[in-house]
Ligand binder design. Structure first.
Ligand code: GLN
Length: 524
């Protein structure tokens, strides 16, 4: 049952084949036996069981609130949750309890969803590996799959070694790992430069970044306000459509949301793709793209071609500037966003009391990691009076050119763009941390960031396993607010590729941090 889709589990709950409490208990047990993945920062066991009990009552009365009633969901720890700690994986917010729920969290609860806990991330969502948070890195569940071990781990490694396990991707790595290890049915992430799609690709799950403004950001602790969107991580495309339908729409608390109500849709089973035009942007043949991903991408294009779709090469000439522009715009917005963390109103406050200035400085030094501090410094530099035009305004103009490129391609009749999501499969942790965050982000966001610049919807669909036995995904980018078309095509593709189910090994972490295979602790 833990592997079922949202509609399947909802039907099972309605028919009484499983109860919300049973589901919740199974998920909680699995969270415990997979604790070594470090996917969750906070597990809200008590409140989750209480919510499950309440849901059970509603089912008994025959009055479930909606399709999510009684279904366990996880939320990235940069969404505010009333009464539950929200840390952004930062010392700055350890112990912080928000007085209100983010709109998306409230919408989930209004549907009767059971909130299992808050998932791990890079500090303040700055990163692409989920390795830069104060609670430690997230381990990719595929590191413990038969598929990966058989192909990539030497037989002599009878115990799990640091050098073997691979990153989950990020920054929503906790959410992606939670969905892929079946500890929850779906999870919320956020996406500013790829943070939902990247970990989805590495963990073999669906990751949807909706059009900017379609889902409320109220209560999502901002990274880059002009690009942030709540992301949706699920096991299949249909589930992403279900969640989108429940979360999208106008929010008076977020003035950047669409004015109209959003009409939820069911995804048709496309049988004929002959009227579709699929664009292959040539600039996405980026330096560093692995040959196997390149091959997979061409194979996917052929799949559409052979099914009768028109597949055309297109050009998005300004895409290659998206990373450098992102660096300027992201850090500038970070510099102003982070100004609120001054040790006065909430969050960490240093004991240094010599002067108000020194208290501010010490609070921020103690509260933020190097990545956040580095971005604040760069951002303030770009915003200096003498630099503002040269960097910030210029980056804004180039951002417009990037968006115009997409608009031109879509105007020419292309319906959907097909690209890889990541340059390669997930890197081993030890290899990944050799590079600094800045270099990593520049490399890892290269295929995903431009969609955020343009505000367009994009989705990762798990596609195949790499030679190392790890997931690889492809990305579809659609027209603004055309999620239905995007998801319909993604669903067709998902059906064609039949991505393999993860076969998890039984592993257990000892108290001393080592791993050992054990029959007693099980993933399933
Ligand atoms: N990797 C990018 C960054 O570090 C994007 C992060 C995100 O999408 N939240 O800024």
């Amino acid at each position: 049952m833990l592997r079922a889709s949202l509609r399947q589990v909802s039907a099972a709950l309605k028919e009484g084949r499983v109860t919300p409490t049973e589901l919740c208990q199974r998920c909680l047990a699995l969270i415990k036996s997979t604790k070594f993945l470090n996917a969750y920062i906070t597990v809200t066991e008590e409140t989750a069981l209480k919510q499950a009990e309440e849901s059970e009552e509603r089912y008994k009365r025959g009055q479930p609130l909606g399709i999510l009633d009684g279904i366990p969901i996880a939320v990235k720890d940069n969404f505010n949750t009333a009464g539950i700690e929200t840390t952004c994986a930062s010392n700055m917010l350890k112990g912080y309890i928000s007085p209100y729920n983010a709109t998306v969290v409230q919408k989930l609860l209004d549907q009767g969803a059971v909130l299992l806990g808050k998932t791990n991330l890079d500090e303040f969502a700055m990163g692409s590996g989920s390795t830069d948070g104060v609670f430690g890195p997230v381990r990719n569940p595929w590191s413990y799959s038969k598929q990966y071990k058989e192909k990539s781990v030497p037989k002599s490694h009878s115990e799990d070694k640091e050098s073997d396990w691979v990153i989950s991707g990020g920054s929503s790595g906790g959410s992606a790992a939670a969905v892929s290890s079946f500890t929850c049915f779906a999870a919320l992430g956020s996406d500013t430069g790829g943070s939902t799609r990247n970990p989805a690709a590495h963990c073999g799950v669906v990751g949807l970044k909706p059009t900017y403004g379609l889902i409320s950001r109220h209560g999502l602790i901002p990274l880059v306000n002009s690009m942030d969107v709540p992301g949706i991580l699920t096991r299949c495309v249909d589930d992403a459509a279900v969640l989108l339908g429940l979360l999208a729409g106008h929010d008076p608390k977020d003035s950047t949301t669409i004015q109209d109500d959003f009409k939820p849709f069911e995804l048709p089973n496309l049988t004929d793709v002959s009227k579709l035009s699929i664009g292959i942007p040539k600039e996405y043949h980026a330096p560093g793209l692995s040959s196997e991903i390149l091959a997979l991408w061409s194979k996917a294009a052929d799949l559409f071609k052979n099914a009768g779709a028109k597949v055309v090469e297109v050009s998005l000439p300004h895409t290659r500037y998206s990373i450098v522009c992102y660096h300027v715009l992201c850090t500038a917005e970070v510099a102003s966003n982070m100004a609120r963390f001054d040790g006065l109103e909430y969050g960490h406050r240093s004991d240094v009391k010599d002067s108000t200035e020194s208290m501010y400085a010490a609070t921020r030094r103690e509260g933020f990691n190097d990545v956040v501090r580095g971005r604040i410094l760069s951002g303030n530099y770009f915003l200096l009076k003498q630099n503002y035009e040269k960097y910030f305004v210029k980056a804004q103009k180039v951002r417009r050119l990037i968006a115009n490129d997409f608009a031109k391609v879509f105007r020419s009749g292309v319906d959907i763009l097909l690209t890889p999501t990541t340059l390669s499969d997930a890197a081993p942790y030890m290899e990944f941390i050799q590079e600094d965050n800045r270099t990593r982000s520049a490399q890892d966001d290269i295929l995903t960031q431009a969609a955020n610049m343009a505000g367009l919807p994009a989705i990762n669909v798990p596609t195949a396993l790499s030679e190392r036995g790890l997931p690889v995904g492809l990305q579809f980018i659609g027209r603004s607010f055309q999620e239905k078309q995007l998801l319909t095509v993604a669903k067709w593709f998902e059906k064609q590729v039949q991505f393999p189910v993860i076969q998890l090994e039984e592993v257990k972490r000892h108290d001393n941090g080592d791993f050992q295979h054990q029959k007693s602790a099980s993933f399933s």
